[in-house]
Design a protein around this ligand. Structure first.
Ligand SMILES: Nc1ncnc2c1ncn2[C@@H]1O[C@H](COP(=O)(O)OP(=O)(O)OP(=O)(O)O)[C@@H](O)[C@H]1O
Length: 680
């Protein structure tokens, strides 16, 4: 007759797991009936072998057993080998909460784990209701993860603890099973353990293969890579590039202590002390190397990468060539901007400062004053100089075309859309700068879209449903009065404030007429002209012209004169006929016809200058600005600069270079006197 065993467990889970275990060990030799206390026990047992899952249930099951006729075995439990790898995966030395329903069981289980040598982590026995005295983020539990406190984010089930070999042997003895059967059973138990070690072996082999693969990847990287344990300094990664950089073999370096291996004290100090900056420049075996260092806190590892600077510069050159090929490059630098008048020098100096910022810039200036030139120069002076620079003239494209140019589109967004869609300028300029010229001309719809891009730094292609993050600096330019457009309701005020966080006003050529000779000289030279002389009279006419088209107009005028000239000299005869710019006396007539405001402004400026002159002094722009504060025409320093330049052209003042100030001339004194008379 078949033997029968009664298994009594505390919970349903334990009952199920232990029954499975016993069945797989004893197969059809012993029939197993099992009961869980939490579900209630319906029978009274007589003349049976009763196995308790643990001595803790003794009291609960006492009344269901005829103690005089039954044999009782209190099972000893051990770790569940099915899940043991979950414990092995935990990092060395980590604090782990061991959770069970009773702290006594938890303590017992922890001591079993330690006895079995699974002691690489620091177990803290715990049962619900107790205080957790340590800062722990991981808990393990034998099938009772529901008992793990919510505050612990990582919960690991290590499976219900199984009945140990000693208890199995006691059951075998009880039923007096034959020796052969005993061998079979213990073999089966041992086989389970062998299966486990086979599984661990497979995991190990996989890990080794992955390790080899990662080593090959690390060796294939262009930079030197080093990793070492923060505690103790043992080197764990040392790739091939580093072998060449440091002149030592990886095999001899791995496993050694960093401080023993590296003779360069400064480098060792940099790698091991975490206080200073995380990158530093070194010369290693005659090579200039930049070392970057970072710490992998949870792994307790420090990683350093070594970058060969010459190679990096070479790569930058390749990248530049790539950008050049794609045309996404800024052509001009600050060296391309001509002129040495105070006003242009100061504008250049401000622009250089703005270049270093990441904020949007709005360039304001009349047509031909060099807005594109300044934008390009600012990109080249910025930290984005090796990334793309793209420019678009907003007034040159229709609204729809401009929209698809800027934002791109997805495939099928509209008829004629390219297969695979198209990247917009924002995406193409990623990492670099996008220059939007004539921004005052964009439609309200595009203004709204542009505002969103500036706010979110994301673009959505036309017809798309995905937001693409972008990293682009925006430079815009306009020759229109945006404040007026806002007042007229054609330009969004919020967009205006976003765009002009930094603004740059370019002077007109009229305001820096003293730069004209330098510009002429440069243009003649760049056109490889045979002209060697420019008449003084011509220079004087050119210096007094209005130049509404600014430098571009000057350039075009010179091209015209060069083309029609037959000699090596430029004279007034060569000036384009009927050009309102050069009509005789036109200039003087125009300037002298001052508006009332202008007259008042000039009168106040010249009166202040007269006061200073009487004291034998010249006035700086700052002094003028502060003296004018109380008058009917308070002016900013920038406005004063413009007015002084106009007054200088009229011969009413002399503006000295640098900080030397401005002096009123005799003609100026006379004019102001006349005006005072008129105003009386
Ligand atoms: N300071 C300068 N030095 C040298 N060249 C200049 C200078 N300013 C402008 N130019 C030249 O004048 C021409 C017009 O310049 P640019 O296109 O940058 O002007 P812009 O203000 O953007 O004009 P628009 O408003 O019409 O677009 C270009 O050929 C540029 O090289």
């Amino acid at each position: 007759m078949k033997h029968e065993l009664i298994l009594l467990a505390g919970t349903k889970e334990t009952e199920k797991a232990l029954k499975n275990q016993l069945q797989s060990v004893f197969r059809d030799l012993i029939s197993i009936k099992s009961f869980a206390c939490d579900e209630g026990i319906s029978s009274f047992f007589t003349k049976k072998l009763i196995v308790y899952s643990s001595s803790l249930i003794e009291e609960e099951v006492h009344d269901y057993i005829d103690h005089s006729s039954c044999t009782i075995i209190k099972a000893r439990r051990t770790v569940n080998y099915e899940y043991i790898d979950r414990i092995f995966e935990l990092p060395y030395g980590k604090k782990i909460l061991y959770v069970n329903d009773f702290v006594k069981t938890a303590r017992e289980a922890v001591s079993t784990l330690k006895r079995l040598g699974i002691d690489h982590v620091d177990y803290i026995p715990y049962s619900p209701g107790e205080e957790i005295a340590y800062d722990v983020d991981t808990a393990i539990s034998p099938g009772e993860t529901a008992l793990i406190p919510d505050s612990i984010p990582v919960k690991i089930d290590i499976g219900v603890r199984l009945i140990d070999l000693n208890t199995i042997t006691r059951i075998i003895h009880h039923f007096k099973l034959s020796e052969q059967v005993t061998y079979d059973i213990t073999d089966r138990y041992t086989k389970k353990i062998i299966e486990l070690s086979q599984r661990l072996g497979t995991i190990n082999r996989k890990a080794n293969t992955l390790n080899k693969f990662l080593n090959r990847v690390v060796d294939g990287v262009n930079d030197g890579i080093l990793a070492f344990q923060e505690q103790g300094g043992e080197i764990t990664v040392f790739n091939e590039v580093l072998e060449q950089m440091l002149g030592m073999s990886a095999s001899s370096a791995k496993g050694k202590k960093l401080t023993r291996l590296f003779k360069n004290i400064e480098l060792t100090h940099f790698l091991t002390s975490m206080e200073d900056e995380d990158q530093k420049y070194f010369t290693l075996r005659q090579k200039n190397v930049m070392v970057y260092r970072f710490r992998m806190k949870s792994e307790g590892v420090i990683v350093a990468t070594f970058k060969d600077l010459e190679e990096t510069i070479e790569m930058e050159k390749v990248r530049k060539r790539e950008l050049q090929r794609s045309g996404h490059i800024a052509k001009y630098t600050f060296n391309s901007i001509l002129g040495s008048s105070p006003v242009i020098s100061e504008t250049i100096s401000i622009a250089r400062k703005l270049a270093r910022s990441e904020l949007p810039v709005l360039i304001i200036g009349e047509t031909g004053t060099g807005k594109e030139l300044f934008s390009s120069a600012m990109h080249n002076e910025s930290s984005r100089c090796t990334s793309p620079y793209l420019a678009v003239n907003c007034s040159a494209l229709s609204e729809d075309l401009l929209e698809s140019e800027l934002f791109g589109y997805v495939e099928g967004a509209f008829t004629g859309a390219l297969k695979g869609g198209k990247k917009g300028l924002f995406e193409q300029a990623d990492g670099g700068t996008l220059f939007l010229d004539e921004i005052g001309d964009i439609s309200m719809k595009l203004q709204t879209r542009l505002l969103r891009v500036l706010e979110e730094m994301e673009v959505r292609r036309i017809g798309g449903n995905k937001n693409i993050p972008i990293d682009v600096r925006i430079i815009t330019a306009t020759n229109k009065d945006l404040a007026k457009l806002i007042a007229e309701g054609t330009f969004r005020e919020d967009l205006y404030h976003r765009l002009k966080i930094l603004s740059l006003t370019l002077p007109s050529l009229r305001e820096r007429a003293e730069d004209i000779p330098e510009l002429i000289k440069y243009f003649l030279h760049s056109e490889q002209s045979r002209i060697t002389q420019v008449d003084q009279e011509l220079l004087s006419v050119l210096s007094q012209a209005k130049w509404t088209g600014n430098v571009r107009e000057l350039k075009n005028t010179l091209l015209y004169m060069m083309t029609i000239s037959e000699g090596d000299r430029l004279t007034t005869d060569l000036l384009p006929k009927n050009d309102h710019n050069f009509l005789k006396n036109d200039h003087t007539k125009n300037i002298k016809a001052f508006s009332l405001t202008q007259t008042e402004e000039y009168r106040n400026i010249l009166s202040v200058l007269t006061g200073w002159y009487k004291e034998g002094k010249r006035a700086s722009r700052e002094k003028l600005s502060s003296d004018l504060k109380g008058t009917s025409t308070p002016l900013t320093i920038q406005q004063i600069r413009t007015r002084l330049s106009e007054l200088q052209k009229l011969g009413y003042v002399v503006v000295y270079r640098g900080r030397k100030g401005t002096e009123i001339t005799e003609a100026g004194s006379k004019w102001v006197k006349d005006k005072e008379e008129c105003f009386k």
